[in-house]
Design a binder for this molecule. Structure first.
Ligand code: IMP
Ligand code: MG
Length: 178
């Protein structure tokens, strides 16, 4: 597979679509088992998680619901550390088994701001599910229940993840090449 150019940066192939989907399938089976009879509510963090949420939800074989919230902390390739206002959260989540669906957990700033807000709505349980995590970048004691890929501290695009708004439509994941 060839390198790609997005705006001023070059990215090289990193994780193939087939490898992503294989992991998502395993995760779907695991969660279908763990959340049987618990009617989980998936809370998908926009924008990056839309593709992962869609693929994962199709692989859940149990009754489940989804809701979308938006809270961005990123500009370009750097986390600003500032979480903007939370938009969404219209669902009644009191007493629900909540699954937070993230595309990637980097510094953890986004979730460190969101999790206390969520707790105030009194869900029965909350678990964080992230397609990708960057353990070395994590700055908060956030427990990630499931992650499909742990990667070094490199900037990636594709499968919903963007560089300044572009690259979300790529089926594979690409990593920035220095
Ligand atoms: P955090 O608040 O630093 O954990 O960053 C969380 C959000 O930043 C993720 O949900 C992504 O939307 C975005 N993000 C973090 N790392 C990357 C990356 O490598 N590529 C694209 N977006 C990223
Ligand atoms: Mg995100």
């Amino acid at each position: 597979m060839a390198n790609i150019q997005i705006l001023d940066k070059t990215f090289k192939p990193y994780i193939k679509e087939a490898d992503i989907l294989k992991k998502v399938e395993e995760l779907g089976a695991l969660l279908s088992d763990q959340y049987r009879d618990r009617n989980p509510l998936l809370i998908s963090i926009l924008n990056g998680s839309f593709m992962f949420t869609s693929d994962l939800m199709k692989l859940l074989t149990i009754p489940c619901e989804v809701s979308f919230v938006k809270l961005a902390s990123y500009h370009g390739t750097q986390s600003t550390g500032q979480v903007n206002t939370i938009i969404g959260m219209e669902k009644d989540i009191k007493g629900r088994a909540v699954l937070i669906i993230e595309d990637i957990i980097d510094t953890g700033n986004t979730l460190a701001a969101f999790l206390p807000t969520l707790a105030a709505f009194e869900p029965a349980s909350v678990e964080v599910i992230s397609l990708i995590s960057k353990p070395k970048a994590l700055k908060h004691p956030i427990k990630i229940a499931q992650t499909c890929f742990e990667i070094p501290n490199d900037f990636i695009v594709g499968y919903g993840l963007d560089y300044d708004g572009y690259g979300r439509n790529l089926r594979d994941i690409f990593v920035i090449s220095e």
